[in-house]
Write a protein that binds this ligand. Sequence first.
Ligand code: LLP
Length: 403
Amino acid sequence: MQQLSNDQLLSVAEKFGTPTYVYHAEQINSRYQQLTNAFAQSDVKIFYACKALTNINILKYFKSIGSNIDCSSINEAKLALHAGFEPQQVLYTSNGIAFSEIEEAKNLGIHINIDSISGLEKFGKAFGHSYPVGIRLRPNIMAGGNLKISTGHDKSKFGIPIEQMDEILQLIKQYDLHIKILHIHTGSEIDDVEVFVKGIEVLFEIIPLFQELEVIDLGGGFKVKYAEGDKVTDIELLASKVKSAFDNHPNPNGKPLQIWFEPGKFLVSECGYLITQVNVVKPTPDILFVQINSGFNHLIRPMFYDAYHRIENISNPSGEIKTYTITGNICETDTFATDRDLTEIKESDYLAIFNAGAYGFEMSSNFNSRYKPAEVLIENNDARLIRRRDEWQDLLRGQIDIA
Ligand code: LLP
C-alpha cells in the first residue's frame, strides 16, 4: 500500500499550515479493495464504520468506491444520506438510544440493529412485522486491544446478552417482529481471526430460531499495524474461515445468508497523518521534551488508550537519532510518545503522527479553547482542503452571551 511520502507531507504543512490532518484517498481505496477481493468468494457486504472519520468528502469517497456505510448515531445516518448513500446502503447499529431515534431511523428507511430488550419491545409495539429489523447481540466473548474498546464480553453494555434469547423470542412472537439481521461486534483491534470464528459459532446455534433471517453482521474490529512488528488481522485467512464456516452451515431456513462487516480502523487508520510543528524543545535533567502545536485535544488516542502512534520528523528525516518525549501544548499532561528515538528535532520542525485517520479528528475537541485542526484530502496527487482550521468565531458559535 502506497503511503504518502515525506515530501508530500511537508508540502501540505507548508501550503495549509499546521496542525493538519491529511488523508490519502488511494490508501483508503487500496484497503477497501483488499477486503472486497479477499471476500469475493462469499456473499459479503462492507459497511464503512464512519464513526472513525466522518468528513463529508470521505463519506462521498466511500460512496464512489462502492462501499456501504455503518452509523452509530442518527446524525451520522443523516450525514451518510447527505453524502449520497441510498437508504439501503446505510446501517444504523444503535446503542442505548431513545426510541424516538429508532423511529427516525425507520422513517429514513435505513437498516437498524436494535440493542436492547426495551427497544425491541417498543419497536414491536409500534411497527409489528411491517419493518424488517436487526438485533445486536452480546455473545460474551472477550476480544479487542484493551478493555475500553472491548464490547462483546459478559460485562459489556453493548447488545442484548445471548442468555436473554428466550425474552427475544417471546417478543418476536408477541409482536410478530420481522428479524432480518443478527449482529455482533466484539471489539476493536482484534488480531486473532479465531475470535470471529467463535462469534460465528455462537450465532450458528441460534440461526434456526430466526425464520426470516437474511443477514449475519459480524461488525468491525480488524487490527491494523500501528507499531513495527504489530500483529494484524489476517484478512485473507479470515475470509477463508468465514467461507468454510458458512459453506458447512447452510441456513436451515433455506435462504442463503449474506454476511456484513463494519470496519472502521481497517479502512481509514493508515490513510491519515496528523502534521504538527514543534513549538519548544525543552531539555530537562531527566527528559528531553519536545512540545508540538497539538495535544490530546487533537488526537486523544495516546492518552486515552495508551495507543502507540509512529511519529517522524519529516523536516530532518535522516538526522542523528536522539531520544525524546513528545508532548503537546495544552494545560494538562498530553504525552504523544515517551522516550521515543527520533531523528534530531529543532524548534519549527514538522512532525508527522501516523495512523491518524481513524478516531483522530473525529474525537478531537476545543479543549483549552484551541482550534481544531484543518483537514486535507490527497487524491491523484492533488491536495485539497476539506475542512478549514477553526477560527475565532468557531469558539463562540452556539454560545449565548447573556451579559
Ligand atoms: N461496528 C460497531 C458496532 C462498532 O461499535 C465499531 C467501533 C465498529 C463497527 C468499528 O470498529 P473498528 O473496525 O474501527 O475497530 N475510539 C477507539 C475505537 C472505538 C471503536 C468503537 N466502535 C480507538 O480509537 O481505538
